[in-house]
Design a protein around this ligand. Sequence first.
Ligand code: PGA
Length: 231
Amino acid sequence: MKKIIVANWKCNPVTRSEAEELFDSVSKGVKDMEVETVICPPFVFLGLGSGILGAQDSFYEEKGAYTGEVSVTMLKELGCQYVIVGHSERRKYFNETDELVNKKIKAILGAGLTPIVCIGETEEERENNKTEEILEKEIKDGLEGVNLSKIIIAYEPIWAIGTGNACDVEEAQRMREVIQKMTSKEIRILYGGSANASNAKGYLDAGFDGLLVGGASLKASEFIKIVEQGI
Ligand code: PGA
């Protein structure tokens, strides 16, 4: 199966022209590579580019009086095939709970899209040997009643996100096995957290099915180098 490299642009870039330029450079750079490359820009830039698209979040209802929300059906209409859900930044800044994440996953699957479900522990939880407990809770509550064969999980230790302090490959690999044991052997698992062109290969060789890339996805040349590691 092809590796899957996901660009999570978060709340970047600010202008339409920057977004267009990044989109075009990345799309051209990865065009002939045997790697599934997914670009997840902010909602407002989803219509700009071609290629495999993903969203960074979505609402669980299809439509209605929910000011500010964007539904999965709308995302599908724009060509999205993937939706990131339960990212730690959404859990932290927008109080998203496992119950909400569960509703969103079900809506995403219901529309025939693939959820990329983020799970991971904080530094404090890791120091207190709570990592496995946290992952277990996020899996148990977040994936309750979900068809596991249709989802992708991203293991993103929170302390590694945006810090330049990526998780050791051996440790990430150990957590990958833990997640696999808690879910299913067939499930696809990505690594995320300060992934870059220099460390990407380590995770992919260790058995991860791909990467979720934040900061390093905002520079086309760096991101293309990461995608190359997935060939
Ligand atoms: P990072 O972000 O690559 O900047 O650490 C990863 C993510 O949050 O998905």
